[in-house]
Design a protein around this ligand. Structure first.
Ligand code: HEM
Length: 407
């Protein structure tokens, strides 16, 4: 690891869509490097594909950073989302509990089951697009489509009224703070969010509908019995948190990435068969979704990564954008190639036991949106220059500020 001054992290970037050049430099020269976080604490940044994959997939590495010696990420006293105890799916997705939970939930999140949602996702996309088009060009694709679509989908999935979407957006923004909110604001958001979800679960148990949560309240698992109320609450909290902001941001990023170099978009118009490959390349090449680039892990034993020994007590950050552009895995990695054979092996949805549960749904939403835009809006363009796109700052979750388009 480099002995010289520890660089401040996250790094600056030339434009919103381009990754910070330091990531490529570190991947080549110092693939396991110390960085200083906004809290002032030091973490270990991992930038090669094989190493980042190994870090994410190793069940010995803990996602619980609410422990002695773990680096705090955020400037709030609690150190941010990952440092708080018992906040989201991670309560039940660590250790023993983790074996049971994805097994129960995984049944509902298969590609096949999610395909059944395609007509609903299509109808929601068309409705939102109709409303955006009715207001006339130019339109804000973020507010009109990217933001509301995944919230509507996740609300339908867990049986929450979609009128409540602004509340989720507010709570998750505050809970995912890096530098933007005070501890008091964060605590209040947790309280309100938890009360909302408990109430939703109780109402749903009393009066089940045709949504996933209602099914979950009814399932029985041969070994362990049905999910407890606490587990249901943690599950819904996790789905609402993990499922909407990520996908919203990725929809806006996808539009920006394709319209910034419009031949990518034109290629899909000419050949709709390129939609899945285009979506995978967007996912692989994105560098804005997560401000630190991945979900950190805490290690309680020394670990070999490449030729480096990382000591017990370190907090590792597997940096997904850096890993996804590793030339040893993806030849000519910066090139956008919807026909690339292995682009689906990107690490944007993680790897191993914590591999994103919602990835079939996220992929479905991205594919439906891209197909629909290409069909309905062949003249879609960014209103402004791609250099004018701005990142959202101050949170763990990044993404773009408004993406304005014309058609
Ligand atoms: C483009 C959108 C998305 C991206 C980029 C994304 C990314 C990720 C990543 C990187 C992980 C692994 C975290 C780790 O290794 O610690 C993860 C886990 C998870 N994601 Fe996603 N996700 C997306 C959409 C969704 C959606 C739509 C849902 C739910 C409907 C969802 C639910 C989850 C859950 C529950 C986990 C925890 C899985 C476990 O610990 O077993 N995600 N996601």
């Amino acid at each position: 690891m480099a002995a010289d001054a520890i660089p401040e992290f996250p790094f600056d970037r030339p434009t919103a869509l381009e990754p910070p050049p330091q990531l490529a430099e570190l991947r080549e020269k110092c693939p396991v490097a110390h960085v200083r976080l906004p809290s002032g604490d030091v973490a270990t940044l991992v930038t090669r594909y094989d190493d980042a994959r190994a870090v994410m997939a190793d069940p010995r590495f803990s996602r619980n950073l609410a422990r002695e010696g773990a680096a705090r990420l955020s400037t709030t006293e609690d150190g941010g989302l990952f440092n708080r105890r018992r906040v989201n799916t991670m309560d039940i997705s660590e250790g023993q509990g983790h074996l049971r939970w994805p097994r129960l939930l995984g049944r509902w999140f298969t590609m096949r089951r999610m395909e059944l949602w395609r007509p609903r996702v299509q109808a929601m996309t068309d409705d939102l697009l109709d409303a955006m088009l009715a207001k006339g060009s130019p339109g804000n694709l973020s507010a009109g489509l990217a933001l509301p679509l995944p919230v509507r989908v996740i609300c339908a999935l867990v049986g929450a009224p979609s009128e409540d979407q602004d509340k989720f957006a507010h709570w998750s923004r505050v809970m995912l703070t890096l530098t933007r909110h005070t501890q008091e604001e964060v605590d209040q958001a947790y309280r309100e969010f938890n009360a909302y979800v408990s109430d939703l679960v109780d109402r749903n148990r009393a009066d089940p509908g045709d949504d996933l949560l209602s099914e979950l309240t009814q399932i029985t698992d041969a070994e362990d019995g049905r999910l407890s109320r606490a587990e249901l609450i943690a599950t819904v909290r996790g789905l609402l948190l993990a499922g909407h902001e990520t996908t919203s941001n990725m929809i806006a990023i996808m539009a920006a990435m394709l319209l910034a170099e419009r031949r990518r978009y034109e290629a899909v118009i000419e050949d709709p068969g390129l939609v899945p490959g285009t979506v995978e390349e967007v996912l692989r090449l994105d560098s804005t979704l997560s401000v630190i680039g991945g979900v950190p892990r805490f290690i309680t034993e020394d670990v070999e990564l490449g030729r480096t020994t990382v000591p017990a007590g370190s907090t590792l950050i597997p940096n997904i954008p850096a890993a996804n552009r590793d030339p040893d895995k993806f030849p000519d990695p910066d090139r956008f190639d919807p026909r690339r054979q292995n682009s689906g092996q990107h690490l944007t949805f993680g790897a191993g036991p914590h591999y994103c549960l919602g990835q079939p749904l996220a992929r479905l939403e991205l594919q439906v949106v891209l197909t629909t835009l290409a069909q309905r809006l062949p003249n879609l363009r960014l209103r402004d220059s791609a250099d004018d796109l701005r990142l959202r700052t101050g949170g763990l979750s990044g993404g773009l500020q408004d993406v304005w388009v014309t058609w």
